[in-house]
Design a protein around this ligand. Structure first.
Ligand SMILES: Nc1ncnc2c1ncn2[C@@H]1O[C@H](COP(=O)(O)OP(=O)(O)OP(=O)(O)O)[C@@H](O)[C@H]1O
Length: 927
């Protein structure tokens, strides 16, 4: 953060006023006059400020408030306009300031971009530097490789020297005798060879030192790779070993030489040890160096310090070198001393030699023992000379070594200076970049400071303008206040009104609550009234419905309509499951004679005379048909037949199941009960006959030969009868059950598959009730036909073939004949086609005569039977429209009966018919 920042000022101990800190774009409307240092004045209300901001005309306000003078209003108007103009100019200025601020921000952004560019350049320079270091490292490596080559060359030279030494040794050992002959020349040769060896050794040492320096340099160089360092160290070790061996070898060679050389060798050995020590140190430093290599470029600084260390090391080496030079000088002086000693000895020996020569001459005459002595002395003097020469050679060699070492030192120093120069260059570059950065930063800071100053100035200017604005506003406010004082009486009135209204408003929730309560009460009361009314209406409706039914029944009675009941059987397991087994029949809640059938998304409504749902019991069904059944006791012909598709429950309704009897059994039971009740006045006889129509063949199921085809005949009075039909008198329920059982047995013997057969034939139970009044002798003959029709079935749907097809065709024929008859009756046609089928022909009396007829339409409740259900119900609707005319009782007086009996006897005609009302006790003809 720059020190020019306003926050910096605040921190320095002179706290900034809030006013100074407010942003340029602060709305003057929200500025507090107290903060502006103005005299305390009542602050304008929000409403006034809002008006001011919107620039509402003062004039308008005045017009609304009071009828003030026009002059005053004009003045105010001008002032208002003035303030708007000022406000707009302030706004413009603010916008300009904002633009300036944006420009400044843009400039700051460009500066920061520049800064980024500089940074990237710096990074580039750094990478260049790194590359330079890499290149340097590579050159070092190449240097090292050169050195290695040199070492290998030296090795070759050593080998050559070794060969030479070997030769010399051989010469020394093998040719002692020759040497004795040419003592002086061989000694000189040996000395020369030794000198050569020493020079070579010095060369090696020089090389070794070079290698050592290189190693030291390399050790300090952070750029050398760990692996190469490792290999170089190992190579140097090997070289060192070889050199040591060489030294040992040379030592052994010189073993025969002077003790000075031995000392020299010892010194060299010490040096070698030192070198080894240094090598070990280098090896110890090696991992550290590797770690240093692995660090990043930030270690450049460390490198610098290392360079310093190197310099120190160089100084140390210099001092070491110096000490070695002094040592060498000392050795030289020692050598000179020794040489002097040797020369003195030589002169002494020469002297002695001369003496000895003299002696020799004197002794030449003496025995050969003296000659050999002379020779020995000669040899000894030669040896001394050789050692002297050797020492001189050593000395010159050591001087050569020294000069080489100095040269090497100079070279390494020059290198060091060059590298230091490089580092300095890089440092200066870095300094330059730093300076550049500082300059940029300074520029930026100056820019930021300038911007902040401008900002502050703008804020101050805005502040001043806001103050001015506030002054005008305050003036306006005072004027407004005056106006307000003028307005006070009206305001008071208004306030009164307001308080009254407020009170009213406060009371409003209670008023509303009470009103709501009252209304709720009223509503609930009216609802209860309505529900009561509704209940009453429902009652009335039901009453009406009952009445309607009653009247309808009466009407039906009068008109002789065929009654149509409907029974919906419950769902059974044969219906299956899934969508086809869903229920498709619904009922009306209020009207128990209406049912709905859902078919393909549409609902069809059917009305019947009585409806029995799935829940209806056999008892309920019988209770409904009971009056009809009982009417046969009064001499009426009654016909009840069940119609419907296969499996819709016709047999269940008519015959019932074990333990839950159907209409047939219950009807007879009921008849017996009533007969018993009427037993005082009436004497009744009941006879039954059971028939079936199968494939348009009429069969007597109580006959001994049930397969015999029966015929239907007409009496002279027009009534129908079946000649030879078996009629069985029944007087109790057991008789009835026995008769039914016989009928069933005969039905079973007539076919191999009873069940199939039973559903494929129409079954008729004919009950004849004859009653005679015990008092008047009046006779009544009533007939009750209970018919279980075969199931209607669509051939295409059932896919019937063969005998099944024939059955279906005959059933459909008889049922369609029934339909035709119903159609003709309904349309009151002249000709009714009864004779089209056995069924219609047999039912002629019941359908067309004066009988009471009831059809029970049986339907299955599930979706898959909807088509058949609708067909059956449609048929029921047509049947229901048929008017047969009022049924009449079949009664005759005692005289008529007597006459009839006489006539019968006269005619001697057999009387055992269905239609004639013959005595049921009579046994069938064929029996
Ligand atoms: N109201 C009912 N309650 C209980 N089960 C019933 C009812 N109506 C019919 N069923 C059962 O439905 C099945 C078929 O009934 P039923 O044999 O009476 O039909 P159907 O119309 O006489 O057939 P078909 O024309 O083939 O002779 C039977 O198992 C029967 O017990």
């Amino acid at each position: 953060m720059s020190h020019n920042s306003p926050w910096a000022k605040q921190a320095s101990g002179t706290p900034l006023r809030r006013k100074d800190m407010s942003p340029v774009f602060k709305t003057p409307m929200t500025f507090s006059p107290r903060l502006a240092g103005e005299q305390a004045k009542p602050s304008p209300s929000k409403f006034e400020l809002w008006k001011e901001e919107l620039g509402l005309d003062e004039d308008e306000e005045e017009e609304e408030a009071s009828s003030g003078s026009e002059e005053e209003s004009d003045k105010e108007n001008d002032e208002g306009n003035c303030s708007i103009v000022e406000y707009q100019s302030l706004k413009k200025e603010l916008e300009e300031r904002n633009q300036q601020r944006d420009e400044l921000l843009f400039r700051i952004k460009t500066l920061s971009d520049k800064n980024k560019q500089y940074r990237t350049r710096l990074q580039k320079e750094e990478t260049n530097k790194k590359q330079q270091i890499k290149i340097m490292r590579k050159t070092h490596e190449s240097h090292l490789q050169d050195k290695m080559l040199l070492i290998s060359n030296l090795e070759d030279v050593i080998q050559e020297q070794e060969a030479k030494i070997m030769q010399l040794e051989a010469e020394l050992i093998g040719d002692t005798s020759q040497e004795s002959r040419r003592p002086i020349s061989s000694t000189v040769k040996l000395i020369e060879q030794l000198k050569q060896h020493q020079q070579e050794k010095a060369d090696f040492m020089g090389q070794l030192l070079n290698a050592q320096n290189e190693l030291a340099n390399f050790k300090d160089s952070p750029t050398a790779s760990g692996d190469t360092l490792k290999s170089i160290v190992s190579r140097l070790e090997a070289e060192n070993k070889e050199l040591q061996e060489e030294v040992v070898r040379l030592g052994s060679m010189q073993n025969t030489g002077t003790t000075d050389t031995e000392k020299q060798l010892q010194k060299l050995e010490i040096e070698t040890d030192q070198l080894q020590q240094e090598l070990r140190e280098a090896r110890n430093i090696k991992p550290q160096v590797i770690r240093e290599i692995q660090t990043d470029t930030a270690q450049i600084k460390r490198l610098e310090t290392k360079i310093d260390d190197q310099q120190k090391e160089i100084f140390r080496l210099e001092s070491e070198l110096k000490s070695r030079c002094t040592e060498l000088k000392q050795a030289e002086t020692r050598h000179y001393g020794k040489l002097q000693g040797v020369s003195e000895e030589k002169s002494k020996i020469e002297r002695e030699l001369r003496q000895l020569r003299v002696e020799l001459t004197t002794l030449q005459a003496k025995p050969p023992e003296v000659v050999t002595k002379i020779e020995r002395v000669e040899v000894e003097s030669k040896k001394d000379r050789i050692s002297l020469e050797k020492s001189i050679q050593d000395n010159t060699k050591l001087q050569g070594e020294l000069s080489e070492l100095q040269q090497l030192y100079k070279n390494s120093q020059a290198k060091l200076v060059h590298e230091q120069g490089e580092v300095k260059k890089l440092n200066t570059k870095l300094d330059d970049y730093g300076k550049e950065m500082q300059l940029v930063q300074q520029e930026m800071e100056a820019e930021i400071n300038r911007c902040q100053q401008e900002k502050q100035e703008a804020v101050l200017r805005a502040q001043r303008q806001a103050d001015q604005k506030m002054e005008t506003l305050n003036a306006n406010f005072t004027k407004m206040k005056v106006k307000l004082s003028l307005m006070t009486p009206t305001m008071k009135d208004l306030m009164k009104d307001y308080t009254q209204l407020k009170k009213q408003c406060e009371n409003m929730p209670n008023v509303i609550k009470t009103a709501v309560k009252q209304t709720t009460k009223e509503i609930s009361k009216s609802i209860s009234d309505i529900s009561e009314h509704n209940q009453e209406l429902v009652k009335k409706y039901k009453k009406e419905m009952a009445l309607r039914k009653k009247y309808h029944n009466e009407l039906v009675e009068l008109k002789g309509n065929i009654r149509v009941f409907c029974r919906v059987r419950p769902q059974i397991k044969e219906d299956g499951s899934g969508p086809p087994a869903t229920k498709a029949i619904g009922y009306d809640q209020d009207d128990d004679c209406v049912l709905y059938v859902a078919n393909k998304g549409r609902t069809q409504t059917f009305e019947v005379d009585s409806l029995f749902t799935e829940k209806s019991t056999q008892v309920q069904v019988f209770n409904e048909v009971q009056p009809l059944v009982v009417s046969c006791l009064d001499g009426y012909n009654v016909c009840i037949f069940a119609y419907g598709q296969t499996g819709s429950g016709k047999t269940y309704t008519m015959e019932g199941v074990y333990g839950d009897a159907g209409i047939n059994q219950r009807a007879l039971t009921e008849l017996f009960t009533i007969i018993e009740e009427r037993g005082v006045e009436w004497q009744y006889t009941i006879s039954v006959s059971v028939m079936e129509i199968y494939n348009e063949m009429l069969r007597d199921l109580l006959s001994s030969d049930p397969s015999y085809k029966m015929e239907i005949k007409r009496n002279q009075d027009g009534s129908l009868y079946v000649p030879g039909l078996t009629t069985v008198p029944v007087s109790c329920l057991d008789d009835v059950n026995e008769t039914f059982a016989l009928g069933k047995t005969n039905r079973a013997t007539a076919t191999t598959n009873m069940n199939e057969h039973s559903s494929r034939s129409h079954c008729l139970l004919c009950v004849t009730v004859t009653g005679v009044s015990k008092t008047t002798g009046k006779k009544s003959i009533g007939k009750l036909n209970l018919i279980d029709l075969a199931g209607s079935e669509r051939i295409s749907k059932s896919g019937a073939e063969g005998s099944r097809l024939k059955e279906a065709q005959s059933i459909n024929k008889s049922l369609s004949s029934l339909g035709d008859v119903i159609h003709a009756l309904r349309n009151k046609q002249g000709h009714i086609p009864y004779r089209n089928s056995k069924l219609t022909y047999l039912l002629q009396d019941s359908l067309g005569g004066d009988s009471k007829t009831l059809m029970i339409v049986q339907v299955a409740p599930v979706e898959k039977n909807v088509g058949e259900t609708i067909c059956s119900l449609n048929f029921g609707q047509r049947v229901r429209a048929v008017e047969l005319g009022q049924a009449s009782k079949k009664t005759e007086s005692a005289e008529v009966t007597e006459l009839k009996e006489r006539l019968a006897l006269y005619e001697d005609s057999p009387v055992s018919t269905l239609g004639k009302g013959s005595t049921p006790s009579k046994v069938a003809r064929r029996k």
